[in-house]
Design a protein around this ligand. Structure first.
Ligand code: NAD
Ligand code: ZN
Ligand code: ZN
Length: 385
């Protein structure tokens, strides 16, 4: 089959690879009909999340069930499904306590026995050996482990474009707003007006926010946030200007909730200079730091932008002094997806309005290029195998 394969930093190619096969009784094989490129994929492309061998990327995908393992009874050949990006067993302590992204069983490369972290946790599709080493869905076919816990059947009458972002960015934006404890009337400042920042804005409104402000470096993305999420906007010039602007719009206090929907992008230049993934000069988590300044005392900073160990200079004094609640991790998609599917089905939210580019899988490498360089006013790229 054809798939988008990561080779090394800034080198991804569409090529022929072996078809995936059922390996475990709870597996399913999905024929992919639509898949998207995510800001998280750029962290691999940039080397922020290191990957040392070739791997099929892609964690936002949906399609038709082609084959199921002997243990799968909830799906059958021909079912049309969307698949959450976290791979989780569904039965361990964390999976049964609302934390599928902390699953103890799905990541063989993570854990006390010489793994990357000192405890087991988190596996993701197409997201490096660090996150379990599973091939992803920017491909014609993909193997889906624990297929009785992740995939959801799509109700009739909904197009791929209407539901594809239930795999990741809508639940991720929703998690960001949920962790922000929005109850009604809050001012929510969202750093980033990329796909995740815009989904966080849509989610904040759905939860009853009083004001939503997106901040970005790119005027065209702020325009998208205005159109797709009815956001107020601030063009980022520098840290001080953004903090001052947010305070001036909130009677000097700061926003009730700040969401970091940027992550490591803010300091890409530092790693570019270091020219290596390991032993790099530490990056400062600039956006997270700005959130801690722009949030009001006693407010919440909610982080869905991805950070790695090269960015762990955390401004602890600001967090402590201001009494800020801080939350962040990979979004537990499985716990939100059914509710969010219903919101889509009832027409309470539209997700497809951020798609700017649809390309055949053959042109996936160009898709990465356009998305990374923000060419042609690109916000979200969908690939069709
Ligand atoms: P993206 O790269 O398209 O968007 C990031 C946006 O941040 C861009 O528009 C960029 O211009 C903007 N930006 C860069 N520096 C900024 C700054 N200093 N201030 C304000 N804006 C700035 O990516 P995306 O797909 O929207 O994803 C955003 C982040 O969310 C990424 O870090 C991605 O890895 C992460 N993510 C996390 C999860 C999760 O489960 N936690 C899921 C999906 C994506
Ligand atoms: Zn994603
Ligand atoms: Zn589990």
């Amino acid at each position: 089959m054809k798939a988008l394969v990561f080779h090394k930093i800034n080198d991804v190619r569409v090529e022929n690879v072996e078809d995936p096969k059922i390996e475990e009784s709870r597996d399913a094989i999905i024929r992919v009909t639509s898949t998207a490129i995510c800001g998280s994929d750029l962290h691999i492309l940039d080397g922020f999340v290191p990957q040392m061998r070739n791997m099929v990327l892609g964690h936002e995908f949906m399609g038709i069930v082609e084959e199921v393992g002997s243990g799968i009874t909830n799906l059958k050949k021909g079912d049309r499904v969307v698949v959450p990006f976290p791979i989780a067993c569904g039965t361990c302590y964390f999976c049964t306590h609302q934390w599928p992204t902390q699953c103890e069983n799905s990541n063989p490369n993570y854990g006390p026995e010489g793994g990357f972290m000192d405890q087991k946790g988190a596996a993701l599709f197409g997201y490096t050996d660090l996150y379990g080493g599973y091939n992803g869905g920017q491909a014609e076919y993909v193997r889906v482990p624990y297929a009785d816990f992740g995939p959801r059947i799509v109700p009739d009458g909904l197009t791929d474009e209407q539901v594809l972002f239930l795999t990741d960015i809508f639940p991720t934006g929703w998690a960001a707003a949920d962790w922000g404890r929005i109850k009604g009337g809050e001012t929510v400042a969202i750093f980033g007006a990329g796909p995740v920042g815009i989904m966080a804005a849509k989610s904040a409104w759905l939860m009853g926010a009083g004001r939503v402000i997106n901040i970005d470096l790119q005027p065209y993305r702020l325009e998208m946030a205005r159109q797709a999420a009815n956001s107020e906007t601030i063009l980022w010039e520098n840290q001080e200007q953004v903090v001052e602007e947010i305070r001036s719009r909130t009677e000097g206090r700061g926003a009730d909730v700040c969401i970091d929907a940027v992550g490591m992008e803010a300091d890409r230049s530092i790693l570019d200079k270091a020219k290596a993934v390991f032993n790099v000069e530490k990056g400062t988590a600039k956006v997270l730091e700005t959130c801690l300044s722009a949030v009001r005392r006693g407010g919440v900073v909610s982080v869905v932008g991805v950070y790695g160990s090269a960015f762990d200079n955390f401004p602890i004094y600001k967090w402590f002094d201001k009494g800020v609640t801080l939350m962040g991790t990979q979004a537990p998609v499985q716990i939100y997806i059914d509710h969010l599917m219903k919101l889509v089905q009832e027409g309470k939210v539209r997700l497809d309005d951020i798609i700017t580019h649809t390309l055949p899988l053959d042109q996936a490498a160009q898709g990465y290029e356009i998305f990374k360089k923000k060419e042609d006013n690109c916000v979200k790229v969908v690939l069709k195998p």
